[in-house]
Design a protein around this ligand. Structure first.
Ligand code: UT7
Length: 426
């Protein structure tokens, strides 16, 4: 007997189709689980170095205060040519070179940023265009300084489910453009830069292990950048300028690093003794020292380059991963924990096995050839973008303006009789 909605009979089985053949519904089957490996990494930081002494000339501060309270010695500031998109693109190029992957092979691009040129279009779409990654979906992700680890988790889970195979995760920021130079407690802390990692799917075990993500919006007012949707600015806030309650965020940061490192290790079935390096968001050396004390591990287990770049928000972890590898602190198959925290409030930690996929062929002739193909794709992407713009202009000119076709739409007045503006009836 057919059920009242006509879909199933009384036994829960589908009724026969009208032609009498049995109905066999399509059942979606998940693809088999894969592993997501980090195979490429790259960075781009602006050339301009700004030291604490340079800041003494423009802010009521001292080199000694900044060093002792934060560990920061210098940071990079963007020039007019540097942007989230441009720096992210260059970091992505370096990651693709390291992994020896063509832009055409990328399925997804995620950019974590709080300082994009536009609310939309996303920086990820613009980077997708510059790379010529024509098969990739692209979006920006807003989770402040935790954004890179959020993005890493999203990309890795999409790869593990078999939905995609190759993803770029980028953190890119131009904090120097949102600093309030009248607030000495924040303007000395931040810097600019970008870092990118490439993730690739494989049946070989390893790579991304597990992650914990968290948010507590009750602390939203502690750290932020008001923007276009703000109806009324809270007292002391400025549009597009960063504000922070440093002491509260400091307390939160120490607590949440400790908690989320413990949580992700438990989830990944690891202990602290299994961890070769913790790569935290780089905000303040004192935060890292306090977290190391809480976890009862040596401070040396926490990688730090905050003295060189200050706080680069979502870019700090990929920049730190890149430098840790370059300095020999990260070796193939090392267990790494990355941990981010910041505005939202948000936090995120992930456990990874570093460089655990068999390396591709040594960088010989084949690598140089594919390097050449990558460069050709970037040139092709440039000309493709120009051609598409011209095509859209020509097509619009040939078709005419949408107003010409207004009479084709129901309810629009016939051609030649412009719609009258509503009259004031008084
Ligand atoms: O990426 C997002 C996550 N962000 C963070 O994790 C940042 C967390 N917070 C911090 O790192 C620290 O709270 C700060 C570095 C922001 C501040 O350090 P603090 O030790 O908490 O300093 P404080 O705010 O308690 O201020 C101590 C003193 C104050 O003077 P009084 O009131 O004691 O006379 C400040 O006015 O230091 C003064 N001060 C400065 N002095 C010289 C604040 N900023 C400066 C400065 N130069 N730049």
């Amino acid at each position: 007997m057919a059920a009242s909605d006509g879909s199933l009979n009384g036994n829960g089985a589908h009724p026969p189709a009208r032609d009498g053949r049995p109905h066999t519904p399509h059942i979606w089957q998940p693809r088999h689980m894969r592993y997501a490996h980090l195979t490429g990494w790259g960075i781009r930081v602006p050339d301009r170095v700004v030291t604490n002494v340079d800041l003494e000339a423009v802010v009521d501060t001292t080199d000694d205060w900044i060093r002792t309270r934060t560990g920061i010695q210098e940071r990079r500031f963007a020039s007019e040519r540097d942007s989230v998109t441009q720096m992210g693109f260059e970091a992505a190029r370096a990651a693709l070179n390291r992994a020896d992957v063509l832009p055409n092979d990328i399925d997804m691009i995620i950019v974590a940023t709080s300082t994009p040129e536009d609310i939309y279009p996303s920086s990820a779409s613009k980077i997708q265009n510059l790379l010529g990654a024509t098969r990739a979906g692209a979006f920006d992700l807003s989770a402040a300084c935790s954004g890179f680890v959020y993005g890493l988790n999203m990309a890795a889970q999409a790869i593990r489910s078999g939905s995609i195979n190759t993803a770029l995760v980028i953190g890119s920021e131009v904090n120097s453009r949102v600093l309030d130079w009248n607030d000495r407690s924040t303007c000395v802390l931040f810097g600019d830069g970008a870092g990118a990692v490439l993730l690739e799917g494989s049946d070989q075990a390893g790579g991304f292990m597990d992650a914990v993500l968290g948010s507590d919006g009750s602390g939203a007012e502690l750290l932020g950048i008001p923007t276009v949707g703000t109806a009324t600015l809270a007292e002391g806030r400025q549009m597009h300028k960063l504000h922070m309650d440093g002491r509260e965020v400091f307390r939160f940061a120490v607590h949440i690093i400790t908690e989320s490192v413990r949580d992700v290790l438990e989830k990944a079935n690891l202990s602290l003794a299994d961890v070769d390096l913790i790569v935290p968001h780089q905000a303040n050396q004192r935060i890292l020292s306090a977290a190391a004390r809480n976890l009862n591990v040596s401070e040396a287990l926490f990688y730090s380059n905050v003295h060189r770049y200050g706080n680069t928000s979502a870019a700090s972890i990929p920049i730190a991963l890149y430098e840790a590898e370059r300095e020999g602190r990260l070796k193939p198959n090392d267990n790494v924990v990355v941990v981010g925290f910041g505005g939202g409030l948000t936090w995120a930690a992930a456990a990874l096995q570093w460089q655990s996929m068999q390396e591709k062929a040594p960088k010989g002739l084949a690598y140089r050839l594919s390097q050449g193909r990558r460069e050709l794709q970037y040139i092709g992407a440039f000309w493709r973008a120009r051609a598409m713009k011209t095509y859209r202009r020509v097509e619009a000119a040939l078709r005419g303006s949408p107003a010409k076709h207004a009479n084709l739409r129901e309810g629009t007045p016939p051609k030649g009789k412009p719609e009258e503006a509503p009259r004031d009836k008084r």
